[in-house]
Ligand binder design. Structure first.
Ligand SMILES: [Zn+2]
Length: 380
């Protein structure tokens, strides 16, 4: 399974040293309580993904800010990469050029180097990478917030027009909607981290930010009753990002050098299947007009897009052509609706991972197709 790069910048409460702070530790602690993305290292943390967890508090050095204050809009609030002000505007710390140099060199740049190296090695190994920028936000907006909109959704994704594929936004929308949560898209927080070396230059570096409203899992600085549930939601989202598949056209599938496609050719040669028709969805009038939606297969917003995807798709099996997959059909008899089979492909490394069967619900009007999904074959 594909690895994500989890960037978790604001979970730590650690201040490595107190040089420059002009207030007592109690005040600093209070500010830490307010600004920390509590437990995001645990909420988002997985065993299998690459993680960059900042080991110091944002009040010491905020790795999500630009190093150069001239590029950083929060610097005008005294909250650039090295905070000099509290969120309420009071003075927190005096940053001398020397202090600045020390912290940037020993903390900020080390953090970004780590992220950059993970991105580099992922690109080398897989040709792509997906960074998930992991945050949480308070129900009441900060004083210094750039966007003080009263819209405080349950979750918020941040996107970048260059580095966030549209498909990911669609998938996210659907995921949170189906679970009954409100989702802000670039609202109230926008953007997602990408190492400067690749920023707006290399589309293979993909990035999306997820912000969780703290009211869902936090009570002051403690985990609330909702914590475990929200952790499941967040973990489910990360899994979804990894498993997302896309459709292949027949031509693409047969002409490109996809991995693990041998099964199709052997399948086509198999005598048991010699009478099986492969047909294009679009040729069968009866089935035109669906809106076909599935986070597992593909997401389309209109018929035109659906048809475009369906042309030459492989292998599409509808209705009574069940003989094609005898071993499987017994399992899905209970669906009692036409089914289609689609190749399941990993979005990120473009490897074919298996074959899925979906049942199509013809009863709803306007026809919204498809329901259930069965994973038939999982390829290594
Ligand atoms: Zn944050």
């Amino acid at each position: 399974m594909r690895k994500l790069i989890l960037h978790i910048p604001h979970s730590s409460t650690n201040i490595p040293f107190f040089d420059g702070y002009i207030v007592d530790k109690q005040k600093i602690t209070k500010e830490i309580e307010k600004l920390t993305d509590w437990y995001t290292d645990d909420l988002f943390g997985t065993e299998t993904d690459d993680k960059v967890i900042t080991p110091f508090s944002r009040i010491f050095c905020d790795v999500e800010r630009f190093e150069d204050d001239n590029q950083e809009e929060m610097a005008r609030f005294g909250m650039g990469v090295l905070y000099e002000k509290f969120d309420n505007g009071d003075t927190l710390r005096t940053v001398t050029p020397e202090l600045r140099k020390t912290i940037l060199q020993n903390y900020y740049r080390k953090h970004h180097e780590k992220l950059l190296n993970l991105v580099k090695s992922s690109l080398e190994a897989k040709g792509k990478c997906l960074i998930v920028d992991c945050h949480s936000f308070p129900e009441e907006s900060f004083n210094c917030a750039v966007n003080k909109s009263s819209f405080r959704p349950d979750f918020n994704i941040g996107t970048d027009s260059f580095h966030t594929p549209k498909r990911l936004i669609e998938i996210s929308k659907r995921y949170f909607e189906e679970l009954g949560y409100s989702l802000g898209i670039d609202e109230p927080y926008s953007g997602s981290i990408v190492p400067m070396e690749y920023y707006k230059k290399d589309e293979r570096v993909q990035s999306i930010m997820l912000e969780v409203n703290r009211k869902l899992y936090l009570s002051r600085t403690e985990k609330s009753d909702g914590y475990e549930k929200i952790k499941e939601v967040v973990q489910g989202y990360l899994k979804l990002l990894k498993k997302t598949t896309k459709l292949y056209t027949l031509n693409q599938a047969l002409t490109s050098k996809l991995k693990n496609l041998e099964w199709i050719t052997s399948y086509m040669k198999d005598d048991r299947f010699k009478n099986v028709r492969f047909k294009h969805y679009i040729e069968d009038d009866k089935f035109l007009g669906f809106e076909f939606i599935s986070e597992w297969i593909d997401l389309v917003s209109d018929l035109e897009e659906f048809n475009r995807l369906e042309i030459n798709r492989i292998p599409l099996i509808v209705g009574d052509q069940f003989d094609m997959l005898p071993a499987v059909i017994t399992e899905i008899k209970e669906l009692k609706t036409p089914i289609i089979a689609v190749l399941r492909q990993q979005l990120w490394d473009e490897e074919i991972k298996g074959l899925s069967i979906c049942s199509v619900n013809l009863k709803k009007k306007p026809i919204t197709a498809y329901l259930a999904r069965k994973e038939l074959v999982n390829f290594k």
